[in-house]
Write a protein that binds this ligand. Sequence first.
Ligand code: NZQ
Ligand code: ZN
Length: 392
Amino acid sequence: MFDFKYFTPTKVIFGKNTESMVAELIKEFGGTKILIHYGGGSVVRSGLLKRVTDTLEEAGISYVTLGGAVPNPHLSLVYEGIELCKKEKVDFLLAVGGGSAIDSAKAIGYGLANEGDVWDFYDYKRTATESIPLGVILTIAATGSEMSDSSVITKEEGLVKRGYNSDLSRPKFAILNPELTMTLPDYQTACGCTDIMMHTMERYFTNGGNMEITDSLAEGLLRTVKKNALILKDDPKNYDARAEVMWAGSLSHNGLTGCGNDGGDWMTHKLEHELGGLYDVAHGAGLAAIWGSWARYVYKNCLPRFKKFALNVMEVEDRGTDEEIALCGIEAMEDFFRSINMPTNLKELGVKPTEEELALMAKKCAIGVGGAKGSARVLNEEAMLAIYRASM
Ligand code: NZQ
Ligand code: ZN
């Protein structure tokens, strides 16, 4: 096992009606002028935004609002948010929504607190030294951005989707009310469950470290999400299942399931980010579409982990060679994706890249990771292209 640093400064408030505590939390963390940042309007339709603004007004906290963070959030809105915050002298950001609103708020926070072009951080040209404090009211269990150090933004020019990681962006508080996720379309619930599982699997399929306690947490988390994703498919208003998935989402990406291992593989995510940038697909669906091809490409280089996953998570029979068991585990995972209506290839995802587009994605992905990356197996541009081709 490897040494590690585990830093989770986010105060989590979990349960029914917890959004009513937003004003006192903002005061606790010193916010006096707030930007409320949200997405395409689900929080307006559900009435959540109104409840939040009413609560702030009652508490005498002044705010401005900025909606419009789209899935795969755009850099142009980040620039708009930075200008608005400068003009309004905002000192605290409140994201109300999903990963897209949260990530966009994180980027606004970097842009507001640091000189120069915020895209430089996402383009690996500079490192942020400061950020503006951020609180979150989460409406979809998926990315774990409510506790993560990550923010993923798409620059429209060139359709470049990039992530930037820094502890500076970890939210001060996260309000997690599972009831707020009950208005989600079934597809988004399934995308979220997929993303949650993938955040743990990226850390699980590694060739270094691998502590037993971390593995047990990871396997328990994966089995829990798998079980509850199936419950939600038939019973989307099931509070307990919503709660299990929501807490799993935060734990899957706050670093817990990576302690002791070598930091994660992350290549399914990197390959998906190119799909998201080019075709604007839902992140979770993109991950499901690419994972099987990635797994078949790398499993022989990470066989003990794929066997362990097959037995302990997918609960396949312990019969045959290690390779046969590993392959059964991969097939069982794809069967699970299909059972929650997630795609297992690009055709099912609804995109049909040309050979030139596949090559372009592989090229951009290789540039994005600095040449080659991976822990289960290190992938270069040629390997990335092979996986994209296999996922057609
Ligand atoms: O935009 P609105 O109108 O709010 O609708 C959203 C959006 O259409 C809708 N939605 C969210 N909560 C809802 C709801 N609809 C009804 N009822 C609710 N309660 O769901 C759609 C998806 O929302 P979005 O915020 O885009 O989803 P998600 O949380 O999956 O975020 C995806 C983005 O996060 C990035 C992804 O790449 C993608 O850009 N990621 C961020 C990470 C991080 N910061 O740590 C890690 C991830 O691996 C990921 O890359
Ligand atoms: Zn993800």
